[in-house]
Design a protein around this ligand. Structure first.
Ligand code: KG4
Ligand code: ZN
Length: 329
């Protein structure tokens, strides 16, 4: 069979990324231009600034991705871009660029869901992974338990009712003075602490999540006692959220009768969360997670998800538009 080369384009938040992926699983290049340094001083992503920086970066990043993959535009079979969910102005840069390339090169276009991309990151890291399986997407914007029934066939089993898990990490980190983005900093500091701080449990029926209560509780604890041990606080936050993630993931795995769980999204880079999920292997589970660079936003995962859309004939036309609140279905 002829190889299929996908050019992936990701611009949903603060990373301008372009990748070249062969047959959905082999990364030939994955260039990630992060704007973290630009947004750091604001303590979070400023949407308008993100859009402007995507515009300034996207052509250069594309050129570099082609060079690193040692191919030209002629070798591309499919152009995949994220069209949602994400920041509308940021998404529009990638979508417009991908549409222009598709038109000028006369190549197919596949608009791709960012969350499908996070799931597909696991296909790149694990050549043996095939649906069906359960995926726990934990990122800065999302907390979803998804039944992956087949490539491109999903059912959401549970999601957050308020804050995404990454928001809780980032907000707590900001309040206790660790800076942005907070997740990796909480991860590091928690290693020196113990989960000794009692945090109030939020009870939710079913498989949904809620993280706003624990976030507010930690902010209040720090406000009342600024001298509180920050390492213990980070460690307690990690234990609290991990217990809930494990509880719901196990419940969901029983509902859909699978023992295969894949983690995805930026927060799946967290070392404590990974360790506790890997522990489930002692109970017969098979746990997958992407390598760290594929956990956070990148275009290789979009190219992989776009490849599976392309081979199933799910191709977009030039009316494709950015959809900031796009759902996975
Ligand atoms: O997937 P991602 O790049 O963006 C979204 O699609 O939202 O995830 C970014 C999130 C941020 O909240 C960041 O703090 C968090 O992932 N994150 C982590 C770690 N590395 C990144 N959270 C906890 N521990 C980490 N090691
Ligand atoms: Zn993401």
């Amino acid at each position: 069979m002829k190889d299929i080369i996908t050019l992936g384009i990701e611009s949903s938040c603060d990373e301008t990324s372009v990748a070249v992926v062969k047959n959905g699983r082999e990364v030939l290049s994955n260039v990630i231009n992060s704007q973290i340094k630009i947004h750091e001083k604001f303590g979070g992503v400023v949407p308008e600034i993100a859009s402007r920086n995507h515009v300034g970066a996207i052509s250069k990043v594309t050129k570099q991705a082609l060079e690193e993959a040692n191919i030209s535009f002629d070798n591309i079979d499919n152009i995949a871009c994220t069209y949602g969910p994400g920041l509308v102005g940021a998404l529009l840069v990638g979508v417009s660029y991908a549409k222009a390339l598709s038109y000028a090169l006369n190549k197919p276009l596949t608009g791709t869901n960012h969350l499908e991309g996070h799931i597909a990151a696991n296909y790149i890291s694990h050549k043996d992974l095939k649906p069906p399986f359960l995926c726990l997407i934990i990122s800065g914007g999302h907390t979803h338990l998804v039944h992956i029934k087949d490539y491109g066939k999903f059912e959401i089993l549970g999601k957050t009712r308020d804050d995404a898990i990454g928001e809780a990490f980032d907000k707590v980190a900001r309040v206790i003075g660790l800076g942005y983005p907070g997740g990796p900093k909480v991860d590091k500091l928690a290693k020196d602490g113990k989960p000794t701080i009692e945090l109030p449990k939020t009870h939710i029926e079913g498989l949904d999540f809620s993280f706003s209560g624990v976030k507010t509780a930690i902010i209040n604890l720090h406000h009342k006692n600024p001298e509180i041990n920050k390492s213990d606080l980070c460690s307690s936050l990690e234990k609290y959220v991990t217990d809930i993630l494990l509880q719901n993931a196990i419940k969901a795995s029983k509902t859909i009768e699978t023992k295969t769980i894949a983690l995805a999204g930026g927060v799946s880079a967290n070392s404590y969360i990974r360790e506790k999920f890997i522990d489930l292997e002692k109970q017969g589970y098979k746990i997958y997670y992407p390598e760290p660079i594929l956990c956070t936003d990148n275009a290789a995962m979009i190219a992989s998800a776009g490849y599976y859309r392309y081979i199933s004939g799910n191709v977009s036309d030039l009316t494709l538009n950015a959809i900031p609140n796009l759902k996975i279905s």
